[in-house]
Design a binder for this molecule. Structure first.
Ligand code: NAP
Length: 272
């Protein structure tokens, strides 16, 4: 039996991945999250052991380590999917606290988990898989800046870790998903409306942008496509350094334009 620690297992994408990994039959997954009800549901899947794990807390990571270490002293993989999204202006509201919180979960959570479980991965001749996003490599969309900052940081962290751990023959792989309908994207709609209500400057602009955002986030990609890429990253004898999945076509087209042309496009579409 092979062992993986999977953070963000209680999320919509995490759960789908875990169901597919469980079907492989030769993996036991330690499924981490903080939502007790969802953890209990994960426990009903074969070869899944739910673990209470808050990636922002040293104590919680240590407690999870003790439980996992009582089952096995080696891991064949860590898969980091824990992540949050806050949609906010970068100059209004509680943006400093919100950006900090997002960095703590999306970036430092990953750093903390990988550091604590690294030795188990080394002993298990395993690999580390980090969930980034298309936001991690695309030009930032207006008002998605804070999330983009965290995913750019995930990219830099992932690539630096890969170039360090290659000397120990431990692959480090990133997953770069496009948009999937999940609790995370549902929250973006709620944050967007809150932003429109509370902004001093952007009410008209955000209202004009809303249909575009709804279209982009409304893309109903099948999360099993993502799970297939995660399984490739998990099992391939020669994994790639990164796996893109369901990349947004419109957003990708913008990548072909120079920065100033993209700025202009974003200005023109909202008639600013
Ligand atoms: N959905 C998309 O379109 C999309 C696109 C690109 C990348 N991604 C990335 O995919 C990953 C999963 O997202 P999702 O869409 O499945 O979102 P989701 O359904 O909201 O799931 C988020 C997961 O993160 C966990 N989490 C949040 N804070 C945590 C903390 N402090 N400690 C431990 N776990 C924590 C949640 O666990 P609890 O609720 O149990 O705390 C949950 O399992 C994220 O990294 C996200 O950035 C998503």
């Amino acid at each position: 039996m092979k062992y993986a620690l999977f953070t963000g297992a209680t999320g919509d994408l995490g759960r789908c991945c875990i169901e597919e990994i469980s079907k492989l039959g030769d993996w036991t997954v330690f499924a981490g999250g903080t939502n007790d009800e969802k953890l209990a549901q994960l426990g009903e899947i074969e070869n899944v052991i739910p673990i209470r794990l808050d990636v922002t807390s040293d104590e919680s990571v240590e407690a999870a380590y003790e439980i996992i270490h009582s089952h096995t002293y080696r891991l064949q993989a860590i898969v980091n999917f824990a992540g949050i999204h806050v949609f906010t202006s970068m100059v209004e509201g509680n943006c400093v606290e919100e950006i900090d919180r997002m960095l703590q979960v999306n970036v430092m959570g990953m750093v903390r988990v990988n550091k604590r479980f690294f030795e188990m991965v080394r002993i298990g001749r395993g690999r580390i898989i980090n969930c980034s996003s298309e936001s991690g490599w695309m030009t930032p969309q207006p008002f998605n800046g804070p999330y983009t900052m965290t995913k750019y940081a995930v990219e830099a962290y992932n690539d630096s870790l890969r170039r360090e751990l290659m000397y120990l023959d431990i692959p480090v792989i990133k997953i770069q998903p496009g948009s999937f309908k999940t609790q995370l994207t549902n929250k973006i709609f709620r944050d967007f409306d809150k932003c429109i209500e509370n902004t001093n400057y952007y009410s008209r602009i955000l209202t004009t942008m809303k249909p575009m955002m709804t279209m982009e986030l409304g893309l109903d990609h099948d999360p099993k496509k993502l799970a297939q890429k995660v399984i490739l990253a998990l099992t391939s004898p020669l994994p790639r350094t990164k796996y893109k999945v369901c990349t947004g076509k419109l957003l990708m087209a913008l990548e072909l334009l120079p920065d100033k042309a993209v700025d202009l496009a974003y200005k023109v579409v909202v008639h600013a």
